[in-house]
Write a protein that binds this ligand. Sequence first.
Ligand code: NAP
Length: 308
Amino acid sequence: MDKTAVVIGASGLIGKYCYKVLGSRGWQVIGTFNANSQDNLVYLDALNLQSVRKFIEENKPSWVINCASLPGGVDLCELDPELAFKNHLKIPEILINACKSFSCHFVHFSTDYIFDGNSGPYKEDDLINPISVYGKIKAKAEQLVNDNISDALIIRTTFVYDYDPKSRSKNFIQAIIEKIINKISVNVPTDQIGNPTLSRNLAEVTIDLIENEAKGIFNVAGVDRLSKYKWAIRAAEIFGLDKGFIKGVTTPELKQVARRPLSAGFELNKIQNTVQRRLYGIDEGLKLMKADWIKDSPDLFSYEVNNK
Ligand SMILES: NC(=O)c1ccc[n+]([C@@H]2O[C@H](COP(=O)([O-])OP(=O)(O)OC[C@H]3O[C@@H](n4cnc5c(N)ncnc54)[C@H](OP(=O)(O)O)[C@@H]3O)[C@@H](O)[C@H]2O)c1
């Protein structure tokens, strides 16, 4: 197997760990950033067709891993569908075009937001029914990938978190912990259910699939399926912080711009029967995240525990 890859969006939550895991397994890997410059990465605007083609032609990767996304997430997609279209459909289209021209394998990340959340957890072949702009565009992107690259790998994942201080968009747990440290209360939905997924575990499993030359759609997520509220409470407990700052509310009370699939998340039989690697539960994931955070800020959490 030719172990050369480019990770588009290696300055983001998922791309960062894909880049790291590939490097640790001896792959020759180039990672890109867009607005958030980082030393080890190279600049690329994946919306620029000519730049993408030049980048792929010059670097000749066997694999192109698309981790590009829109900072601002699901609600910004709802507010600005054109921007959502560019980031979640135009970028895949441009990358697919380049992969076809230069014979690269393509890996793409998708989501459980392509479902309506009436009957999760979802299997790979369940019928999709997106209820938000983000979900609809991500569903179209999957279709585009399937229609154009027969051996593409599509990873559906959800509720991704990890220690990630440099990304432009803060993941859910990173944001919750920072709020509690700053003594700010936060409203968290008790009725949005999914599988919290540690980004480094997602990356390891994704690279396992790539190394097995797997193709098609795979659900890859953590083994625990629970509400964002229960997840946030467990995070506060594991980080030794005051969980009184976390207020449980319903989704209608939150008044989020985009609709959320409530009973979402994934069944994981297919991936568990395909790769040997364990999918982490939240306790293991949160402890690993905390350990990395402490390496950067050794006194942060001991201070909180002692002063509760
Ligand atoms: N996070 C989740 O919970 C989750 C769940 C399911 C599916 N997904 C999917 O997983 C993928 C990655 O998500 P993520 O959470 O890792 O996103 P993220 O942390 O927001 O990172 C997004 C990455 O995209 C890059 N980017 C933005 N605009 C770009 C452009 N024009 N050209 C090239 N790169 C660009 C960003 O670079 P700069 O920051 O340098 O600008 C950053 O590296 C997305 O397809 C998302 O839909 C995520």
